[in-house]
Design a binder for this molecule. Structure first.
Ligand SMILES: [Zn+2]
Ligand SMILES: [Zn+2]
Ligand SMILES: [Zn+2]
Length: 240
């Protein structure tokens, strides 16, 4: 299984439109931007997209134009589902998997598209193309939001891009023996955002769960660029 970070940015991305801060200026000069956070999982020639960001078109082009076989939505925020319309006239609209309240909300927005809708339940594993996916509840008020555990062969990957540090115990209990943890770090240490973690929160969660590797995602332009464990757009990971 191969996992690609299609984007590692927050809801507005880096560079932020109209911003001339050092991070945004650097991103504009170098082209090293942070598109909105989403993941591509490839297993056995099939492609699963985790969240359909507003940057989906450029993310698909940058990653070699894979045909997407399924989409999983974590929650109904703009930056995680709104790019789904980019499949229109590009490929068959892929089937979507999401918790009932997420599916209702997001699919309602896309009522002009015809596609297969599948409900999933927190803490109930389902399988897509050889990847076992277990949604787990995180805390991202007021939106009902799931993180996802991906398992294939002997590998375990935990992902949550939108949560505060107060993740339910039942969810944390799932995230043992991870090969990779991908976790929300919106802002640097010292910032407090009610619905997200800061860098120190992300590091403390990683210390608690002790994954083999971890990367921060959903990173805003406030974050310095030189901290350890920051994910980068296009970064890929291979798993047995
Ligand atoms: Zn988000
Ligand atoms: Zn900026
Ligand atoms: Zn969100």
């Amino acid at each position: 299984m191969r996992l690609t970070l299609l984007g590692t940015g927050d809801a507005v991305g880096t560079p932020l439109v109209g911003c001339d801060c050092p991070r945004c200026s650097h991103a504009k000069e170098t082209g090293l931007s942070r598109l909105r956070t989403s993941l591509l999982i490839e297993n056995g020639g099939k492609h699963i997209l985790i969240d359909s960001s507003p940057d989906l078109r450029s993310q698909l082009l940058r990653s070699g134009s894979p045909r997407i076989d399924a989409v999983v939505w974590t929650h109904g925020h703009f930056d995680h589902f709104i790019g789904f319309g980019e499949f229109y006239r590009v490929q068959k609209i892929p089937p979507v998997y999401a918790a009932p309240q997420v599916l209702d909300y997001c699919a309602g927005y896309f009522r002009f598209l015809s596609f297969e809708r599948n409900t999933i339940e927190p803490y109930t594993a389902f399988e897509l193309f050889g990847v076992t996916i277990t949604p787990f509840i995180v805390t991202h008020p007021p939106a009902f939001t799931c993180g996802m555990l991906f398992e294939t062969g002997k590998s375990r990957i935990g992902f949550t891009s939108d949560t505060n540090r107060n993740i339910p115990k039942e969810s944390l209990d799932l995230l043992h023996d991870l090969d990779l943890l991908l976790v929300d770090a919106l802002v640097p240490e010292g910032f407090t955002i009610e619905k997200h973690m800061n860098y120190a929160d992300a590091c403390s969660l990683a210390q608690q769960l002790a994954p083999k590797e971890f990367r921060c995602v959903h990173i805003s332009h406030f974050m310095p660029g030189d901290l350890p464990h920051l994910g980068t757009d296009g970064e890929t990971f291979e798993f047995a």
